[in-house]
Design a protein around this ligand. Sequence first.
Ligand SMILES: [Zn+2]
Length: 532
Amino acid sequence: MKNLNLKKFLVLLPFLVSLSLSAQKNEVPRFEFAVSVPDPGSHTYHVATRILNWPTDTITLHLPNWMPGYYQMMDYYKGLKNFKVLSGQSFDESRPATWVLTGVKGKAVQLEYDMYTDRTFVANSYVDEDRAYIIPVNSFLYAEGHLKMPITVTVEKSNGWTDVVTGLELVEENAQKAVFRSNHFDDFLDSPLLMGNLKKLPDFQVGGTNHRFWGYNAGEFDEKKLMDDLKSVIEVASGIIGHIPYEEYTFIGIGPGRGGIEHLNSSTVSFDGGQMGSPQAYQRMVNFLSHEYFHHYNVKRIRPFELGPFDYQNGSKTTQLWISEGLTSYYAGIMVRRAGIYSEADFLQEIAAGITQFENNPGKDFQSLIESSFETWHEGPFGTSGKDPNKSISYYVKGPIVGLLMDFGIRQATNNEKSLDDVMRHMYHEYYLKKGRGFTDAEFRNACTFIAGTPLTELFQYVYTPNPLDYDTYLGYAGLELEKKQETRTIRGRDGESTEKVMDVYSLVPVNNPNASQKAILDSWMGKNKVQ
Ligand SMILES: [Zn+2]
């Protein structure tokens, strides 16, 4: 019976395939974009768009106002010039970042515009004579209420550029162009493109999955060592979560600068291999790349409920960036340590530096982690550009500290049988893989209770309130102590002025005679044995 059905199906298969192809070609609404850079010296690129098979008479098009991963309004529409509808439909552009076209039903709509760029930053497109960094949220219009549809983008090579790299699926590539496709604007808008004469570092595999690193102006450095170390940190991260969800992962180095942004199967990172001369600078870079990489789990897939579907026009506010950013920073340190790139002392030093930064910020007594997460749209990503920076904190700084205390709290409560790793793994499998959605604040807290077997009431007060942190108790579970001394340090203020300040400087040291429980927790946390 099974065979018979299969035979019938196989006979029908060519017909079904051709039917679905013709349906897709003729009826399904779709977007076709083309990008070219005819005059890179003008810092401008050209975008042509074809919209096919639109089912209604009116279409409302938007350019996104922000980039998921960078929680600031970017107003990309301000760089858009010379908007034209070549197919003749009338349009209304009275609202910012919005174009409403009428008379589009069933027509091949063609429009074009130029995008001017003036800032080399990871969350902005930028073109010059040497490269074109094209960010989809900065470049392409999407139709309101219609994100799921076939999309292609043709990138026309010019200016002697040979390489186009992106996380998008490649359809075809030759010397003149590269064509990519996607089936959803959320994925399409999440996939920056970099064109130029790029350096390709050696590919590596983790769990049979390919990982690539392409860079513009990547500098001179030991490429094999960096790729070996990236492979090691990715093995640690994928070992913690227990699953690799992408078919291929691409690091896209956009040249010297600061900052990186995470994507589903790529990250765009400011990268200058020539700046990794000292062991500390090298560790900082591997830590930074680990942070961006871990985000494909934590925020892209293990995500707060509010961060998907995104509100590309108004921004998506959440109280949980302390998880998405803070715990990502915490796990970047874990990855670098367990891959053997940080010594134990290096790792403790990194954590102590974070504690020093946090404890010397007067904002710690005013703002909680959830407030800091929610207010980031006003106060800047590091909590420093609001009205009163002395009353704000950064979830990048406090988040990993609270993550550490939670990790030790869970380990202590479970006789070191469970840890924060189990919480992250649970969130991934339960909410991303099984439920296919984001989690609420209460669901994250419940997951911690579930893994720890007890409510972590005090630890969550460190999330909801600015209460002082009880370092002694939680660090003590792992046989660690915080030592404090006062030092005079030169601090650079927001105005660029340097001032001398007496600071409490912390170091984190193991106690001399740890008991068996403390030793077990410290060793497994450090990655000294298989139980992590
Ligand atoms: Zn981040």
